[in-house]
Design a protein around this ligand. Sequence first.
Ligand SMILES: NC(=O)c1ccc[n+]([C@@H]2O[C@H](COP(=O)([O-])OP(=O)(O)OC[C@H]3O[C@@H](n4cnc5c(N)ncnc54)[C@H](OP(=O)(O)O)[C@@H]3O)[C@@H](O)[C@H]2O)c1
Length: 169
Amino acid sequence: MKISLVVAVSDNGVIGNKGKMPWKMRSDMKYFRHTTMHKPVIMGRKTWESLNAPLANRDNIVVTRQEGYSAEGAIVAPSVEKAIAMAEEFAVMRSATEVMVVGGSQIYELTLPVADRVYVTEVHMNVEGDTFFRPLDRAGWHEISRNSFEAGKRDDAGYSFVIYEKGPS
Ligand SMILES: NC(=O)c1ccc[n+]([C@@H]2O[C@H](COP(=O)([O-])OP(=O)(O)OC[C@H]3O[C@@H](n4cnc5c(N)ncnc54)[C@H](OP(=O)(O)O)[C@@H]3O)[C@@H](O)[C@H]2O)c1
């Protein structure tokens, strides 16, 4: 089973500000939906609380240390290890071959060592923020695809969809 991270990051490394995404990027929202659809998604409690509703047609798994935390429409896991084990079971049930880690920063840090693939949307702007994604160690990851686009009507910036896989090229 592949473990994949999905992250959108600005040119200055920002992924979030005050609990929210610091841009409007409709094209990335569509890509995120397409990339994660019908797969289990693992997220930290703060990212979960930034959503208006569970991500539809995906098993939402929320990681928190809080005992008895209630997340309607999601399953709660006490650790990333537990979350990954649960996600793998859901993936098998859905005939998916990939579990998706969708943030935020704390959960990316914890899962990167066991991840196989990272889907990065480079958002080509510098933006103020308080939550960051550490650049991938280029010795440990190699780029397998890159597609760049001008900003669409409902995008704050141009962007590139980049996929990395673990290991040397
Ligand atoms: N640009 C993107 O692609 C993207 C994607 C996702 C999120 N974001 C942004 O990122 C920000 C949120 O990221 P964040 O790093 O602050 O928070 P986060 O990773 O979403 O959630 C952090 C929470 O996860 C739980 N947690 C962390 N480590 C744990 C462990 N070892 N065991 C059990 N639970 C653990 C804790 O929950 P408890 O405190 O409940 O114990 C912790 O407070 C927001 O601004 C959001 O909009 C951006």
